[in-house]
Design a protein around this ligand. Sequence first.
Ligand SMILES: Cc1cc2nc3c(=O)[nH]c(=O)nc-3n(C[C@H](O)[C@H](O)[C@H](O)COP(=O)(O)O)c2cc1C
Length: 435
Amino acid sequence: MPKHMILNLFIHGRGHHEAAWRHPKASPLPLSHIQYFQGLAQRAEEGLFDSIFLADQLALGPDVDSAPRTWLEPLTALGAIATATSKIGLIATASTTYTEPYNLVRQLASLDHISNGRIGWNVVTSWSVPAAGNYGDGAQVSHDIRYAKAREYIEIAKALWASWDADAIQDDRAAGRYARADGIRPINHKGEYYAVTGPLNVPQSRQGRPVLIQAGSSETGRDFAATHAEAIFTAHLEKAAAQAFYTDIKARVRQKGRAEDQALVLPGFSPMIGSTEAEAERLTREINDLADPEVGRTRMSGRFGGHDFSHLPMDTPLSPEDFPDPDTVQAARSRTAVIVDLVRREKPTLRQLLSKLAGARGHFTFAGTPDQVADLMQDWIEDGAADGFNLMPPVLPYMLDVFIDEVVPILQKRGLFKTEYQGDTLRDHYRLNMP
Ligand SMILES: Cc1cc2nc3c(=O)[nH]c(=O)nc-3n(C[C@H](O)[C@H](O)[C@H](O)COP(=O)(O)O)c2cc1C
């Protein structure tokens, strides 16, 4: 029996390609319109996707004049998406660096009730330098301290969600007993960064607590993921790197005494699908022609914490010396390593590099027929590179529709993807144990 793959739809702008928002087949709806998100989630639910995911940054991008850099705050949006769907899991990004644990844990617990147990939390430490300018004293918190705070934060979150027994609410009108007091406990946390007494003032949800997802791939990020994450989002530009990451994470998960299948690895995958290979390549060329390399240059600078790349010529081959050492980057460290590794391997010009990153910001892009897309996904699943995919359609809803209509039936025919939902919660879909 082949391994069933997990499919998560990563909703980002009007698609993951940098120029998707200009594409004639991208949604005509404004990006602040909730029906845009509800419609995509409903479509993904028709396609039996296990979950959708909304990313988040806590600052306006510097180039909003030439690219859409606004969206709805994910927790708020998920509240509305939850009421428009009934099965699909709903994952929101929220930051451990710039929110108080009690607030966020409560919001996520509430959403888990609103959605009847379908919430996941993408735990991020927020790498963006401009985000720091919107909180506290405005200085960026270092990579090490961000992860130290995140470690303490997640222990608090787990403790707060466990501060209620599943059956603590009795709601016994006749006996005048609303809740069983001995089933609700304070957590009395006093740590280096936070003091939280608890208990939570929201009861336990149907799936015990929201599913924990993590997306950092640095050394510290991997250790954090192996300890806590039930699913891991990750970005790779080639299969060998995805396999190495998969092997490494699963070994770390085992070392932490956890079962491998309780930490799913979901690499990003952005397929441009055509009825022939030539058509898929033409679609890719057409959208690449809409992309502005200067938008890509600004975006890349942000990943490297604001490093100035303005002096680099567009058409001269690059070398790793043109970039800061990723180990010293305080921003999106592992993604900067993905970029510098590509430069070391392929020596692209800046224009070629930016065109590659325009596809899906350092995630795996591919152009091919539905059968070729299915072959690739099957190969990654069977060859130790993935437990499923974070599907990142280059144009939304266009390439999501093509994927659901053309690729999903092939995966189902091969026994690689379900033909109906097997349960109701995100934990059910991801086959994760109750905490
Ligand atoms: C699929 C994916 C989605 C991500 N979404 C967000 C996000 O919404 N907000 C954010 O601040 N970081 C996001 N990140 C970045 C990670 O949380 C992390 O900061 C980054 O990968 C660098 O990790 P590292 O510092 O451990 O190398 C995402 C990463 C991946 C792979």
